[in-house]
Design a protein around this ligand. Structure first.
Ligand code: 5GP
Length: 192
């Protein structure tokens, strides 16, 4: 069991509907030293890749991604969720269905902050069905930015997102992959 899996086992709470709460250390209160260790682990796994920007999606990915960006010493860019379609032409936009809220939102980044000179590391807290990642990848494609890798804290391996993203050919590095979890017993099984 690695350091993140151990922390999830200790402090993660399994909710009904295949939702894991990690509010006490990852996406409400953030354990900075844990996230720093995660950032160094991603740096090791993406060793040798040119990274000029870290990209995530608001809101819960921002804290995590900010620490990764500080380790790489590059800007952090987060896609904003917007209720309305923007027709001004100054934004790249993609549509994302939220796994936790069951709503669809439009995510946007300014064309000023993403372009073909960017070598992007995408970071997010969870990977479930892969909608959030596909939205972020679409923003990069529109900007002709280069997706160098994708770092996920917790992949729910029993959902399809991981397979979809790996099949697209991206280097996806999930620090913990959950194979099953049970809300009644609180048991969480990790992939070896
Ligand atoms: P996907 O788009 O891959 O279906 O879902 C990823 C997004 O949904 C993540 O950005 C994360 O915010 C949220 N999410 C998915 N599953 C969980 C979960 O089990 N717990 C929490 N806290 N967030 C989740």
């Amino acid at each position: 069991m690695n350091f993140l899996e151990a922390r999830i086992s200790q402090d993660g709470i399994v909710k009904e509907g295949n939702v894991l709460k990690v509010d006490s250390f990852l996406n409400h209160q953030i354990d900075i030293s844990l996230v720093r260790e995660m950032a160094y682990e991603w740096q090791k796994r993406f060793n040798g890749k040119k990274i000029t920007k870290v990209l995530t999606i608001e809101a819960s990915g921002i804290g995590l991604a900010a620490i990764v960006a500080s380790i790489y010493n590059v800007p952090l860019l987060f896609a904003k969720k917007s209720k309305t379609l923007n027709l001004d032409g100054d934004l790249y936009q993609a549509s994302v269905e939220s796994f936790t809220h069951k709503t669809t939102s439009n995510i946007v980044v300014s064309k000023k902050f993403l372009n073909e000179d960017d070598y992007v590391l995408i970071i997010d807290d969870f990977l479930a069905n892969g909608c959030a990642l596909q939205g972020l990848i679409s923003l990069c494609d529109q900007a002709k930015a280069h997706v160098q890798g994708i770092g996920i804290a917790i992949e729910k391996g029993f959902q399809d997102g991981g397979k979809i993203i790996r099949d697209l050919g991206y280097q996806l590095e999930s620090l913990a992959i959950i194979d099953s979890m049970d809300a009644k017993t609180g048991t969480i099984k990790f992939r070896n």
